[in-house]
Design a binder for this molecule. Sequence first.
Ligand SMILES: [Mg+2]
Length: 343
Amino acid sequence: MPIRSNTRSIGETAEAVPATASRILIAEDDPVLRRMLEALLVKSGYDVVSVSDGLQALRVLEGEGAPSLAVLDWVMPGLEGPQVCQRIRQRSDRPYIYILLLTALTQKGNVLQGLESGADDYLTKPFDAQELRARVRVGLRILSLQQSLISAREELRFQATHDALTGLFNRGAVLESIHRERSRQVREGGTLGVILADLDHFKQVNDTYGHLLGDAVLKEAARRMSGCVRPYDTVGRYGGEEFLIVAPTADATGSLSLAERMRETIAASPIVTSAGEVRVTASFGVAASDPTESIAADSLLLRVDDALYRAKELGRNRCEMASNPVASRSSATSAQLAPEPTR
Ligand SMILES: [Mg+2]
């Protein structure tokens, strides 16, 4: 028996609910009952897919754009309703499917067995049309609530790893990236570029124009730098006006030219703000580690910090490559890098 699908929009376009929220699968081997269910749910505005056995049901529910709600008959050829439930619940990598079991078996033990198999609700045959519609609505409401929770969780995850002002990765996330990429380099070889950028005399921008405008400048500088990197590079806000860039596979030349591109992009044109145009420049410390040296991620950070310090000393608005090994300097005694107050 071919799979039938009636495409009709339910008119629900709430953003949190995926387009598949109103798709419903009916699996019922009794042709009369199947058509009745179809007619009922199509009339209620749902997009209905119907099949006549458990194997087809499983195929639809595991396929692309699977319905998020299924009405499964208990006794069917191929796989029985509870077996389909079990198979679906074994997969945690897929969006949740709300399952309503249809059964003529009214004994309490059977109902429990159905729920144990992973069904969310059940309906005994012969069923009442009103009750079926109400239970389907309950299922869709639960799915919608679940979708809102997932969206909220994703939003929280984003907030936990991103800087609220610039939208870049935050300090914790970019530091994690440098450690991760360094581990990858140890495993797989290749080079790893790290760049530390600092806006020049940024304190003056804040003092002259105020912090709101300073924020606008930071956002635009972040946007310009992000536009220079490759998709697999990480740009993060390291501290106030400091940015850390992790460039996997970039060697010394590549890292330096990436930093130079960012420097030029920031200096090229003034940043337009509500209080007029503000000219800013940035200084860059650049380091690249080759696979033969054993250097901890923290030492790479010390190297770029040292190079940045030199870029500042040599007049700012420039990129300096870290000397290798790093020239020790009194302030660089620990991996906890404090920004220089005079930057
Ligand atoms: Mg049946």
